[in-house]
Write a new protein. Structure first.
Length: 231
C-alpha cells in the first residue's frame, strides 16, 4: 500500500505541467485565413521525493502543433494536439497524448498603444504509469482555462517586429487516476498561472515565440517554451 501511494503521488507530480497553458501566437490573421505552428518545451527536476524511497529524476519533453483559423482579425480558433515524453527512474511513462481547443479574441486597448487578448480553452490529457510494484495507472485529465493579457507591438527599422506579452490564467481541472480494479483519485481543483514572453516576426510569414510559464501558487510549474508560427 505504501509503495502504491508513493507511485500515485509521483505520477501526479510528473503530470503537474500538463495544467500549464500551451504556446500561443498573437499574430493577427486575415479573415478566413489559417496558420500552422509547432512548439517544444523541456523540463527537468531531480529533487522530487528526495527523502522518500530514493531520488527520482524527471525529464519531460512536450511537442505540440497548432492550427489557427481566423473568423476575422479579432477572433480565431486553434486546435492544438501534442505528445509528451517522460523519462523517470524507477517508473515508465509511455508517450502521452494531449489535445486542446482554444478561442482567442484580440484587439486594441482603447486609445493606448497596448493590445488585449482574451482566451478560453478546453484541454484533455491521457497518460499511463507502468511499474513492477503497482498495477498500471491510468490518468484522465480535463481542463477549462480562461485568461486575459496585454501585449505591445514594437516595430524596428528592419522587418523585425517584436510583440512582448503578459497574461494571467485560471484553470479548473478534473483529474481521475485509476487502476483496472479501483479509482484512486477523482477530484477537481483550481490553479492560477501566468505567462510572459515575446513573439518575434522574422519575416512576413514566420514568427518565433518564447514563453515563460509559471504558477502564482508555487514554483513547481515554471518552465520555458519555444515555438515557430507559419502564416
Amino acid at each position: 500500500m505504501r509503495n502504491t501511494l508513493f507511485y500515485v503521488l509521483a505520477f501526479l507530480l510528473i503530470l503537474v505541467p500538463m495544467t500549464a497553458s500551451s504556446q500561443m501566437s498573437l499574430n493577427p490573421l486575415p479573415q478566413r485565413r489559417a496558420a500552422f505552428g509547432v512548439a517544444f518545451d523541456y523540463q527537468r527536476n531531480d529533487n522530487l521525493f528526495k527523502n522518500i524511497c530514493g531520488d527520482l529524476g524527471f525529464n519531460i519533453r512536450t511537442f505540440q502543433t497548432h492550427i489557427d483559423y481566423a473568423f476575422n482579425r479579432d477572433i480565431k480558433i486553434s486546435v492544438i494536439p501534442g505528445i509528451r515524453f517522460t523519462d523517470v527512474n524507477l517508473a515508465d511513462v509511455p508517450p502521452s497524448p494531449t489535445a486542446e481547443i482554444r478561442l482567442t479574441n484580440m484587439g486594441p486597448l482603447g486609445t493606448t498603444t497596448l493590445d488585449y487578448f482574451l482566451i478560453g480553452s478546453f484541454g484533455a490529457d491521457y497518460a499511463q504509469l507502468h511499474n513492477a510494484c503497482v498495477d498500471v495507472l491510468h490518468l484522465i485529465e480535463m481542463e477549462l482555462i480562461g485568461g486575459i493579457g496585454l501585449s505591445h507591438t514594437l516595430r524596428t527599422q528592419s522587418e523585425l517586429v517584436i510583440i512582448p506579452f503578459f497574461g494571467a490564467f485560471y484553470s479548473n481541472i478534473w483529474r481521475n487516476i485509476s487502476t483496472q480494479q479501483q479509482i484512486l483519485i477523482d477530484n477537481t481543483s483550481g490553479l492560477f498561472t501566468g505567462q510572459a514572453g515575446a513573439e518575434f516576426a522574422l519575416t512576413e510569414s514566420i514568427n518565433i515565440i518564447g514563453t515563460w510559464n509559471f504558477s502564482f501558487q508555487g514554483p513547481e510549474n515554471v518552465y520555458f517554451q519555444i515555438g515557430l508560427n507559419f502564416h
